[in-house]
Design a protein around this ligand. Structure first.
Ligand SMILES: Cc1cc2nc3c(=O)[nH]c(=O)nc-3n(C[C@H](O)[C@H](O)[C@H](O)COP(=O)(O)O)c2cc1C
Length: 232
């Protein structure tokens, strides 16, 4: 082999080795961390399963409040399934898995995970990144209730009261919104059971502090919260 051929062969092996290293690094990065590099970035979620799974009566029989979780981080498939159960679109007309008074859909759903704080966009079934890991900020607004920091996915239900179109002093708007948050949260809790996970509905937080700590839009008022994880 001539000196020139040897140099060429060496250069080629370096290029192949570097390429391999780059590919391995890409694969090794968790998908959510890769996708969640920039605020405002959209992350497409895997299509939610609509068939199969645990029977509803079994999920009902197993449901209980779970406040302690293992270290397991939820996969994008699990996150997508839970978000879809709570507020996903399940028909071509854009209507959702949870009922809504006059189909006004006042709820806006967020999820706080170790890889970031995200807003769920039901129509596109995708996440919009809003910030980093905000679970400590949520914990502060919830008097340090331990399940928040233990949970790998804290779902925060907010509502746009103005979307109901009722007059500001019309008590029906609030009644409808709280009923709807209950429907959506129960969907989420039962889906968690069906996936072998567990959660707890939470109303014990300071609304104003939570809204500020999460830098939520002024009209997205927190109404309910559900930390989820793999039961310990
Ligand atoms: C509106 C509402 C608010 C709740 N808030 C909290 C809370 O802030 N923290 C908590 O640990 N559990 C909270 N829970 C869960 C209840 O404590 C729990 O559902 C109750 O003890 C019954 O237990 P089970 O869910 O296991 O059947 C709340 C439940 C509801 C319905």
């Amino acid at each position: 082999m001539t000196r020139r051929t040897m140099v060429c062969a060496l250069a080629l092996s370096v290029v192949i080795w570097l390429g391999g290293m780059l590919l391995t690094a890409q694969e090794a990065k968790p998908a959510a961390a890769q996708a969640a590099a920039k605020a405002g970035e959209r992350i497409a979620l895997p299509a939610a399963a609509r068939e199969g799974g645990m029977a509803l009566h079994e999920a009902l029989a197993r449901r209980r409040s779970i406040r302690e979780y293992t270290d397991k981080v939820l996969s994008e498939r699990e996150l997508g399934q839970l978000l879809w159960a709570a507020q996903g679109v399940n028909r071509p007309d854009g209507h959702r898995t949870a009922p809504s008074a006059m189909a006004r859909y006042p709820l806006e759903l967020y999820v706080a995970t170790p890889s970031g704080f995200f807003h769920y966009e039901p129509r596109e079934h995708q996440l919009e990144r809003r910030g980093g890991d905000l679970r400590p900020a949520i914990s502060k607004a919830a008097r340090g209730q331990k399940q928040i920091m233990l949970s790998p996915a804290v779902f925060v239900f907010t509502a746009v009261f103005e979307r109901m179109g009722a007059k500001p002093d019309d008590p029906r708007a609030a009644r409808w919104i709280y009923a709807e948050a209950g429907h959506a949260a129960q969907n989420l809790l039962l889906e968690a059971v069906a996936l072998g996970l567990g959660g707890v509905p939470m109303g014990g937080f300071d609304d104003k502090q939570l809204q500020e700590n999460l830098s939520l839009p002024a009209d997205h008022r927190p109404v309910y919260m559900v930390p989820v994880g793999q039961p310990r």
